[in-house]
Design a protein around this ligand. Structure first.
Ligand code: NDP
Length: 330
């Protein structure tokens, strides 16, 4: 038996509780993983609180990512003892996820733990950090480079934003950290931000075009924030958009695209092809300053995950939240 967080909907109303499960209850899959660490991501908080329809079938074990050790495998790519990482693929949404002692998944979904980082460090990065790297890769694919000029990061004190700030600074970018929390300015400067921008500057009614400020941006917010960002991107720049912390809508005009040649690059981590994932993870392991990673991550005991989820959605959490499930695994 092992502990798990279990979301159920017995009579139309969602319930969530810590439960004890057995291996034979796990869903189908060709690899059984002993979970060492999982995390609490924005999407997990939505699933646990039920504030958005993230969970597609019930009962569900949430947890869109985990790191752990292969216990059993019928997949040719994996054998017992292998150290693995999983993000996305609907895990924690349509397939039982990482907030449990064990997970049975498709071997095709796993990536090897990159050399040079621990199982905990992999989850300090987690889906948010891996998405941050996908955003950086998207910016550079569209021609943004450290010499292009300052790059903005919205939601900078959150999970994606804090890792994106550290990664971009590590690559030599000047980073404008956009935050709603003035108190996090020192934290963000410690991650390498060169300037701090108050979120209010991107919260007013968006204009079609505003003063050109940034060569590119990583946006976790969507809605008015993204519309304002687009209007402020310099000629030929790119915004990598991955989130909806401010909303799902986009009250923008086409002016930045047709008059400034701005690119809006969408970033999805869930169904991202395996080669791109492996590349992102290898780059993260090679580039991310492990001291900064330590500074931007905290451990959350398994027993406190359910109570912490609502705070997450209120923007109260700084950086990354790691959930040690079986830290003794290494
Ligand atoms: P966090 O909650 O850790 O961070 C979000 C941050 O956004 C907050 O910390 C806050 O930062 C800022 N924020 C909160 N509310 C608002 C608002 N109303 N307007 C503007 N900014 C706001 O979440 P994550 O970093 O884990 O995820 C961020 C977003 O990215 C989420 O929408 C998530 O669903 C999405 N995401 C998408 C992925 C994909 O595959 N496309 C993968 C991973 C995440 P501050 O206080 O500094 O302003």
């Amino acid at each position: 038996m092992f502990d798990a967080i279990l979301i159920e909907k017995p009579d139309g109303t969602q319930t969530v509780a810590q439960a004890s499960l057995s291996e034979d209850q796990l869903p189908e899959g060709d690899v059984l993983v002993e979970v060492a660490y999982s995390t609490l991501n924005y999407k997990d908080a939505l699933a646990i609180t039920g504030r958005a329809p993230v969970v597609r079938s019930f009962p569900m074990v949430p947890g869109i990512d985990f790191s752990g050790i292969v216990a059993e495998s019928a997949h040719p790519g994996w054998k017992p003892g292998d150290r693995v990482v999983l993000n996305g693929w609907g895990v924690g949404e349509t397939h039982w996820g990482g907030l449990a002692g064990k997970a049975r998944v498709k071997g095709d979904w796993l990536v090897p733990l990159p050399a040079g980082i621990s199982l905990r460090q992999a989850m300090a990065i987690g889906t948010a950090g891996y998405t941050a790297m996908l955003c950086v890769m998207a910016l550079e694919r569209h021609g943004v480079a450290p010499g292009s000029g300052e790059v903005a990061v919205t939601g900078a004190a959150g999970g994606v934003g804090s890792v994106a700030t550290a990664l971009l600074a590590g690559r030599g970018y000047q980073v404008a950290a956009v935050t709603g929390r003035e108190a996090e300015a020192e934290f963000l400067k410690g991650l390498g931000a060169s300037s701090i921008v108050a979120r209010e500057e991107l919260s007013g009614k968006p204009r079609a075009l505003a003063r050109e400020r940034w060569a590119g941006a990583v946006d976790v917010a969507g809605s008015t924030v993204l519309a304002n960002l687009l209007s402020m991107i310099r000629y030929g720049g790119t915004v990598a958009a991955c989130g909806l912390a401010a909303g799902m809508d986009l009250p923008a005009t086409v002016a930045p695209f047709i008059l400034r040649g701005v690119t809006l690059a969408g970033v999805d981590s869930v169904m991202c092809p395996i080669e791109t994932r492996r590349k992102a993870w290898d780059l993260l392991a090679a580039e991310l300053d492990l001291e900064k990673l330590e500074a931007l991550s905290v451990d959350l005991p398994f027993a406190e995950v359910i109570a912490t989820a609502p705070k997450f959605l209120d923007g109260q959490i700084r950086g990354r939240v790691v959930v040690p499930v079986a830290p003794d695994l290494g």
